[in-house]
Each structure stands twice: as structure tokens, then as C-alpha cells.
Design a protein around this ligand. Structure first.
Ligand SMILES: [Zn+2]
Length: 338
């Protein structure tokens, strides 16, 4: 098959579009013909060696495609599917309690295993989710990782309630656009930040009530203005060092901050006086469970959640697509099509 691989860690120039061996189907697995694969920052960490991966390596966590073959014939060839990006053992206490994203052997497709920057990929049968005919492959590939992540952050970790105020950072990011829609779906009043007026207008279109330009405006001051000095109940963080301090300032008394990433750096500090006196809760969140993805997918398939596709690139141009993601100009997901 054709695939995009890297044989050494480094910049986007290490990505090579080349011939690679077809995946060998194991018991309990499904072979998928990839029709679309969305990029994630995880792909950049893997390529740069921030996360060490087996070499040569094929990245790609977010896949939509068609079933080619199934080891136990449970799924017919040609079935249109999207893939759960989370891989877990299925036998440990966490997995059996449905907290598979807390599995000690948890992995993301395309991290320690080969992923979707290829014509073919193999996954365990429990990672396959059938998609309706009305859903396109690019849209389906844009859905899994960011929507399961944002769902876990808002619904399971923050336990969002109708009428609450939620601040979503980075509206144009994959997690940002998913979080705005999921918070809106749950009856929250959503505020969002982005770095350009064009992105802010898009954020309003998908559910943000008020928006703040984080380059030209003071985010905590604007949030105080929008909320009559109160602050928000929930902050959805994934930016890290560059925004952390301001994010904490946006929280109301008793507010919760949930973070799932550190794109701009991982060193952050907390002033304990404000943490205890304002009774803030800080929460980490990582991916989401398979059950949460199935739940979120019901709203996707019904048209109530709509993953935003920014643009698509041919698989052969994966290096250009990653460089585009690194520049951060996108609103929504960047997709590769074999
Ligand atoms: Zn497990």
C-alpha cells in the first residue's frame, strides 16, 4: 500500500510518501480502507519525537473508511465506518468499568501502533463505528478524537449543567470547535477566544454567544464584562503556558477548569491562595471512553453536532498539511485523503 511514514524523528521534511507493507490482519481485528484521516497535534508530537514511537512509523488517529476484511466476518466488506481512536486492553479494572481511557495500556491509534496516514489500517473490531450514508468520510474523520475529548472534558469531568457559563479557548482548534458545540448542546452560555476576527465570526456560527480576540483584547476583563463581574463556571483549557494564568482569572468562585493539553508549553503555576479561597477545581482530562464516543456520535449522526472541516490535502501532501497545522491558521480539522 501507499503510506506516509517517517524513519527518523524531526521536522515535516522527514515525512515520506512511499510504499509500505499492507497491515496483517490479526484475530479480533478489522482491516479498513482509509478514505479520510484527520490530523491532530499528537501527530506533530510523534513526528518530533516528543512522544517516542516505533520507527518507521505511520501516524493518524482519526480515520473514516470502508471495511475490507474482518477476522471473524462480523462486518461485511464495504461497510462505511469511523474508528474509535482509543486502544485499550479490554480486560483490566478500568476497561471493565467502562473507563477505558484510564487503562494502563491505553494507546491512541497511530501512536504506538500504525495509524491512518495510509491506504489501509487495522484496528480491533470494538473500535469500529458504522456511519450513516448521509455522513461524508472527511466529516466522519473530523469527528472522533476532538469530540470524544471535548465530551469527556465537559460532560464527564466538568459535569456541565444547563445555564452555566463556559469559556472555550482556541475556538479554531479541533477541541475548541467541538467544545463550543457540546457546551451549547448542553444548554450552556458559551464564550470563546480566537486569534482572528474571522475565526471569532465562525465561533459565533457554531454556538458561541460572545467572543474575545486573545491577541488584541484582555480575556479576563472581557469575561468579567460579559458576566457582570462574576466569571465563568467552567474553562476548557488546552493551550497551556500561554493562557493558563488568564484562564484561572476567568473562573468564578467554585468554578472548574479542565485541561486536556499544553500546546504552548507545560510549565504552569497556581497561586494557592486563590485556589482555596475561591474554591476552584482543576481537572486533567485525557481522550474519552468508547461509550462517550458512541453517545456523542448519536448527536453527530442526527446533525446536532457538526465537525468542522477546514480543508483537505491529498495523502501524498501530508508534510504540507502538517506544516499548515503548525502555523495554526485553520478553523476546524485538516484532513488527508488517500
Ligand atoms: Zn485495560
Amino acid at each position: 500500500m501507499k503510506a506516509v511514514r517517517f524513519h527518523a524523528h524531526g521536522g515535516a521534511d522527514v515525512l515520506r510518501y512511499e510504499e509500505a507493507p499492507d497491515p496483517e490482519l490479526q484475530a479480533g481485528e478489522v482491516l479498513i480502507r482509509v478514505r479520510a484521516c484527520a490530523l491532530n497535534h499528537l501527530d506533530l508530537w510523534n513526528r518530533r519525537g516528543v512522544v517516542r514511537v516505533p520507527l518507521p512509523h505511520i501516524s493518524g488517529a482519526d480515520v473514516a473508511g470502508e471495511v475490507v476484511d474482518c477476522s471473524d466476518k462480523q462486518l461485511p466488506a464495504g461497510r462505511r465506518v469511523l474508528l474509535q481512536p482509543g486502544l485499550s486492553c479490554g480486560r483490566c479494572e478500568a476497561c471493565l468499568e467502562g473507563r477505558d481511557n484510564e487503562c494502563a495500556r491505553y494507546d491512541v491509534l497511530g501512536s504506538q501502533s500504525d495509524g491512518g496516514y495510509a491506504e489501509l489500517v487495522r484496528v480491533p473490531i470494538q473500535n469500529v463505528v458504522a456511519i450513516p450514508d448521509a455522513i461524508g468520510f472527511a466529516e466522519a474523520a473530523a469527528f472522533p478524537l476532538t469530540f470524544v475529548t471535548a465530551w469527556h472534558m465537559l460532560v464527564t469531568r466538568a459535569k456541565i449543567r444547563p445555564g452555566e457559563d463556559v469559556l472555550v479557548l482556541g475556538a479554531g482548534s479541533g477541541v475548541g470547535q467541538a467544545a463550543i458545540q457540546i457546551a451549547w448542546l448542553h444548554g450552556a452560555r458559551v464564550f470563546a477566544t480566537a486569534g482572528s476576527d474571522e475565526k471569532l465570526a465562525r465561533a459565533r456560527e457554531i454556538g458561541a454567544y460572545e467572543v474575545v480576540n486573545h491577541h488584541t483584547q484582555d480575556v479576563p476583563a472581557e469575561i468579567r464584562r460579559f458576566t457582570n463581574n462574576r466569571g465563568v463556571d467552567v474553562v476548557i483549557e488546552h493551550v497551556g503556558e500561554a493562557t493558563w494564568e488568564r484562564s484561572l482569572k476567568c473562573l468564578t468562585r467554585g468554578g472548574r477548569l479542565v485541561t486536556c493539553g499544553a500546546t504552548t508549553g507545560h510549565k504552569a503555576s497556581v497561586d494557592l491562595r486563590f485556589l482555596f479561597s475561591k474554591q476552584h477545581t482543576l481537572m486533567g482530562s485525557y481522550m474519552g471512553t468508547k461509550a462517550e464516543l458512541l453517545r456523542a456520535a448519536q448527536f453527530f449522526f442526527a446533525g446536532q453536532l457538526r465537525p468542522v472541516v477546514d480543508r483537505t490535502f491529498p495523502l501524498a501532501e501530508a508534510a504540507a498539511a502538517q506544516a499548515y497545522l503548525e502555523r495554526g491558521e485553520q478553523f476546524g480539522k485538516v484532513i488527508l485523503e488517500p
